[in-house]
Design a protein around this ligand. Structure first.
Ligand SMILES: CC(C)(COP(=O)(O)OP(=O)(O)OC[C@H]1O[C@@H](n2cnc3c(N)ncnc32)[C@H](O)[C@@H]1OP(=O)(O)O)[C@@H](O)C(=O)NCCC(=O)NCCS
Length: 219
């Protein structure tokens, strides 16, 4: 998986994931406006882009049949597979947060329905926490529906605790929101726990490439 900042050309795909994940939420997020918002940080997870058949190394299975020299070439000339800007790779999930003063507030997090339970949600949350740390937030906080135990499990796994309740917070059905918050994310203890979670995620799901700073900007 590859995590990077959301770009304008991603908006159409992100809107689809957003509608699928939050069909009753009104008004829907205006992602074009969020990308202009200096407080906002939006990221997407994509599959690492594969090379067109003619331009890169062949898959190991087919190289094997070509003999020793071909295998040596592949070992000594590994090709880095980087998604090019403006590409059309499928987006597996997105997340957004606002950082205000020293508090990072998760606005939304969603993975594409057909990619759920494959570690995408965790990657999004890890990247959001990483961004919050880099931008000197002290804590990460969010609201989650009382009925959304799936998301609550994800947040609990990453050290969020229930810290409050907002009565009738959701406009569609007046459902209450649980407020969930991390401890201080700058501590060595929190960082070490996050590092271990990342390692264990990579062992389970493979390497993840994080490229989350805004290009050409301190943000
Ligand atoms: C919540 C959501 C982002 C999780 O995404 P995902 O890609 O499926 O998550 P992952 O595969 O990384 O799972 C990570 C953890 O989330 C929890 N989780 C995910 N799916 C779950 C399920 N169906 N039941 C229970 N726990 C679940 C588990 O703790 C899981 O860790 P585990 O595999 O060790 O049990 C996804 O279900 C989603 O987009 N839901 C709709 C939008 C939404 O509710 N967003 C949150 C708004 S506050």
């Amino acid at each position: 998986m590859y995590v990077r900042r959301m770009r304008r050309e991603d908006v159409a795909q992100v809107v689809q994931i957003d509608r699928e994940a939050f069909p009753t939420e009104w008004p829907p997020t205006n992602f074009d406006r969020e990308l202009e918002n200096n407080l906002a940080y939006y990221i997407v997870v994509t599959e690492k882009k594969s090379l067109p058949p003619s331009s890169g190394p062949k898959p190991v299975s087919s190289v094997e049949s070509q003999g020793f020299l071909a295998r040596l070439k592949l070992i000594f000339n590994p090709v880095r597979v980087e998604p090019a800007p403006g590409n059309e790779e499928p987006i597996l999930g997105y997340a957004g947060m606002w950082i205000m003063a020293d508090e990072a507030h998760v606005m939304s997090i969603a993975s594409c329905q057909r990619y759920r339970r494959r570690g995408v949600g965790e990657v999004l949350l890890i990247a959001i926490i990483d961004l919050a740390v880099r931008h000197k937030a002290r804590i990460v906080t969010l609201e989650v529906r009382v009925s959304n135990t799936t998301a609550q499990n994800l947040y609990t796994k990453y050290g969020f605790q229930k810290t409050g309740l907002r009565k009738g917070y959701y406009l569609d059905n007046k459902e209450d929101a649980i407020i969930m918050t991390t401890e201080y994310i700058g501590t060595a203890v929190f960082q070490e726990r996050l590092r271990k979670m990342k390692e264990s995620h990579s062992r389970q799901w493979g390497p993840v490439y994080y490229d989350i700073e805004k290009p050409g900007s301190a943000k």
